[in-house]
Write a protein that binds this ligand. Structure first.
Ligand code: SDX
Length: 428
């Protein structure tokens, strides 16, 4: 294969280098395009064909349904690892030794206190506020109480900002949920590991002895791992571009939370449950909703289906579907919604509209069924996605900063009015 790409514009021929990744993907390096061609640029709405960066964090192959974090397969990590091990792997590049993991957990717990003043900000929200808006706001507000987390030019400063957000975000997640439930707001315990602390902070009832149900712990550990990173998705790209201006880590993460909230992205897990509930209320009439999803005049989409990159089964959806059966069975939960979901999936996978467009269930299609079985309110589903995605966002932000990447500033193709002179209001 030639090491360059040849571009012909009018009478002129240009050559641009081809770069190859470690999984043999090939990109045309167009860094010099505009200069070499006297102003010609590329245009690619939604960046469907455009790489924003080189990255060593996550590899996915959408055609083959492959997903790996730092070279380890998602299937192995979901079965064998703890979420905190995976967080360390994504952020620092290798699986931690036992000592490294212990220090990481200790540093996170030592930085898990959230200033009591933050509760006053939380109190200012109406109970009806969506927890994703609360979480994004409180995460940005953390900067006010941790100003040293902004200018992190040294790796030591960066590490301190990382263990702070890893420690404080689960507290904010639990507070956002418990505030709506009218329950007291608590902190992490130094006696518990990372996922145990999440469960305790979210579910502890003041009048009851608290114990960790291993079924819930294993299910949550797996779900958090499956959501931990997904290369340059909408929210990770948001975190990178906000961070590229050298804005602090906390506000970059807050921006990522906001991007994730959208129903086309992480908000889909809540939208899937609401869609399945609507189908159930409609007597389980899946055919009506399939017809709506295919009707170009109907804005309705089959939530939890389709993906920008996966044109095969989302490997995470396979794992979550299997886990949904196991968790509901282990907890003795009967959920008719699961059967509706399976029926909808079967119909879609046999329908030419979905087959021709390679629309398969994605990570969001079954996850809400497990969250609900774990006793998590539907409005908290996307918050749980954010909690899982936190280490991925951190890893992407850290990689971008360590590589000293330039501020993100795309070009555009102007299609507005040509020059015209001002007209006085009485002459318009
Ligand atoms: C996540 O990027 C990531 O990695 C994201 C994520 C992560 O881990 O970070 O994996 C998490 O966001 C998963 C996706 C969650 N969103 C949903 O489930 C919402 C429903 N799905 C879609 O809206 C859609 O599939 C997207 C947004 C996920 C992808 O959209 P694309 O890549 O822009 O594709 P498209 O909109 O151009 O669709 C191509 C065709 C269109 O039909 P035609 O114009 O060719 O006739 O497929 C159709 C679309 O109308 N289509 C759907 C559909 N998804 C696409 N039709 C019905 N139902 C759907 N769900």
């Amino acid at each position: 294969m030639s090491e360059t790409a040849r571009l012909i514009i009018g009478e002129n021929a240009y050559e641009f280098p081809l770069v190859k990744g470690t999984e043999n993907e090939v990109a045309i390096d167009v860094k010099q395009l505009r200069g070499a061609t006297n102003g010609v640029i590329t245009i690619d709405p939604g960046f469907k064909n455009t790489g924003s960066c080189e990255s060593a964090i996550t590899f996915l192959d959408g055609e083959k349904g492959i997903l790996r974090y730092r070279g380890y397969s998602i299937e192995e990590l979901a079965e064998e690892a703890s979420f905190l091990e995976v967080a360390y792997l994504l952020i620092f590049g290798d699986l931690p030794t036992r000592d490294q993991l212990s220090k990481f957990l200790a540093d996170i717990r030592d930085n898990s206190i959230v200033d009591e003043e933050v509760k006053k900000i939380l109190d200012s929200f109406p109970k009806s506020a969506h927890p994703m808006g609360v979480l994004s706001s409180l995460t940005a507000a953390l900067t006010a109480f941790n100003p040293e987390s902004v200018n992190v030019d040294s790796e030591a400063d960066m590490y301190n900002a990382i263990v702070r957000i890893m420690g404080k975000l689960p507290v904010l997640v639990a507070w956002a949920m418990r505030k709506k439930q009218g329950l007291p707001l608590i902190y992490a315990s130094e006696r518990l590991d990372y996922v145990d602390n999440i469960i305790r902070m979210m579910f502890l009832k003041p009048h009851k002895e608290f114990f960790i149900n291993p079924i819930i712990k294993n299910a949550l550990n797996k779900l958090l791992i499956l959501h931990a990173d997904h290369e340059q998705n909408c929210s990770a790209s948001t975190v990178r571009i906000v961070g590229s201006s050298h804005a602090g880590l906390f506000v970059s993460i807050a921006a990522g939370i906001s991007a994730l909230w959208g129903p086309l992205h992480g908000g889909a897990n809540q939208a899937v449950l609401e869609m399945l509930e609507a189908i159930k209320a409609d007597g389980g009439d899946t055919k009506k909703y399939m017809a709506k999803a295919k009707d170009k005049n109907d804005p309705f989409r089959l939530m939890g289906f389709g993906h920008r990159v996966y044109k095969n089964f989302d490997p995470r959806a396979r794992i979550i579907k299997k886990a949904a059966d196991e968790v509901l069975n282990d907890l003795g939960v009967e959920d008719p919604i699961l059967e509706i979901a399976k029926g909808l999936e079967k119909e879609a996978l046999e329908d030419p509209y979905f087959v021709d467009r390679k629309l398969y269930p994605n990570v969001d299609f079954y996850s809400g069924i497990i969250y609900r079985a774990l006793g998590i309110p539907v409005e908290m589903f996307t918050v749980m996605f954010a909690l899982g995605r936190l280490p991925g966002w951190i890893a992407q932000w850290r990689e971008m900063r360590l590589r000293k990447e330039p501020i993100g500033r795309p070009r555009q193709l102007y299609t507005g009015e040509n020059h015209r002179s001002f007209v006085n209001i009485d002459e318009r």
